[in-house]
Design a protein around this ligand. Structure first.
Ligand code: FES
Ligand code: FE2
Length: 376
């Protein structure tokens, strides 16, 4: 719905609302709240980082403990002992695969049964989270979340090279904004996006659907230092394309990077997809979990595939770190009574904020209607 509220007022409303959203949500979410963000699976820890010792992770300010039972299966529950609340992550896993509290040695099994060794009749049962191990990461969701809810981001025509995580020290709306616009690419990034000289020729469009948003960008490619782009089959004056989709179940965007000849035909043989999951840690930090898929469609370049894969992962890590560095300096709201002067290049970010509130945080539609900005 298009609002008639002046743009300056709208922007203030948007920004104040974003802050209160995070505050409200962070105190409301808990293990039993099936309406919380864990109604969607979230990647939270690399599989190889969970060995014999339990590990604590934080999601929306809430602490969870992960551990492996005797079969190596991951169990996840609030990091609070049912006896007197000690942090279970300070305990150990015994030979039977039970998590033993460090305080009075209550034992938690991965099926949720809890044994009190001193007073067995006080034993109880806990509801544990559902867990998956996929693509090198541990994912968690509320108990009962079906496998069909697992995010479908793997393209069968691409090869998954791996994943990594990067901690952004910025509020979630700021990080979300960063993954919803491309204007920063020439300034913040080194390997992707246009050169500074052709900025005003960048083509950009947006599609907004009910449950996802799309961005499409193409520009004259800036090239890699030392013309290394030739190893990717990219030629001088080629067009760089970045087509992406952002979804909210959970928050993640998939960005397809590819190149064509200057007239938009003849796609070059190497392309890759970067999928970034935004996992809110607390009001000031977001863990960005990134998966990279690559396609190499040239038999000669396939010979170089180990080098191409290694360099693509390296480039992606470098660029994601650059995003994290700049996000630290961007506020989630306009400062000192000023207002943001948004352009069409920001169109997706306002839609993303609105959908994050409605679809991810399940907030009332009326409460966020003002995030529609009639300027753009
Ligand atoms: S607080 Fe954990 S066993 Fe007592
Ligand atoms: Fe970026």
């Amino acid at each position: 719905m298009v609002q008639t509220v002046p743009a300056a007022t709208q922007n203030r409303q948007i920004n104040q609302q974003q802050i209160s959203t995070l505050k409200n949500i962070s105190v409301k979410n808990n293990c039993a709240d099936s309406a919380g963000i864990l109604r969607y699976p979230h990647p939270v820890l690399r599989s190889k980082d969970l060995q014999k010792r339990p590990r604590q992770i934080t999601l929306m300010d809430k602490k969870w403990v992960l551990y492996r039972d005797a079969d190596g299966k991951v169990a996840a529950l609030p990091d609070v002992c049912p006896h007197r609340g000690a942090q279970l992550s300070k305990g150990k896993v015994n030979g039977a695969g039970e998590l033993v509290c460090a305080y009075h040695a209550w034992r938690i099994r991965s099926d949720g049964n809890v044994t009190c060794p001193s007073v067995p009749k006080r034993s109880c049962r806990l509801q544990l989270l559902k867990t998956w191990e996929r693509y090198g990461f541990i994912w968690i969701a509320n108990a009962g979340v079906p496998d069909s809810s697992f995010p479908d981001f793997i393209d069968p025509d691409y090869e998954l090279m791996g994943g990594f995580s990067s901690l952004f020290k910025a509020p979630l709306p700021v990080v979300l904004d960063n993954f919803g616009e491309i204007e920063h690419a020439f300034q913040v990034h080194t390997f992707i996006g246009p050169s500074r000289q052709v900025l005003d020729t960048v083509k950009f469009s947006v599609d907004i659907e009910e449950e996802k948003t799309f961005g499409y960008m193409s520009c004259r490619y800036r090239g890699l230092p030392l013309a290394l782009h030739r190893f990717f089959g990219i030629r001088k004056n080629d067009l760089y394309h970045n087509d992406w989709v952002f979804k909210f179940n959970p928050l993640h965007g998939s960005y397809k990077n590819y190149w064509t000849a200057a007239d938009g035909t003849r796609q070059r043989p190497v392309s890759f997809i970067v999928t970034s999951f935004l996992v809110p840690v607390n009001e000031q930090e977001v863990n960005v979990i990134v998966f990279v898929q690559i396609a190499i469609r040239n038999k000669w370049l396939k010979i170089l595939s180990p080098v191409l894969k290694w360099s693509t992962m390296l480039i992606t890590k470098f660029e994601i770190e650059a995003d994290g560095d700049i996000a630290e300096f961007a506020p989630a709201e306009a400062q000192d009574g000023s207002r943001w002067r948004l352009t069409h290049l920001d169109r997706q970010i306002m839609a993303n904020r609105k959908k994050m509130n409605e679809l991810y945080f399940a907030r009332e539609r009326e409460a966020v209607a003002q995030t529609v900005n009639s300027d753009i």
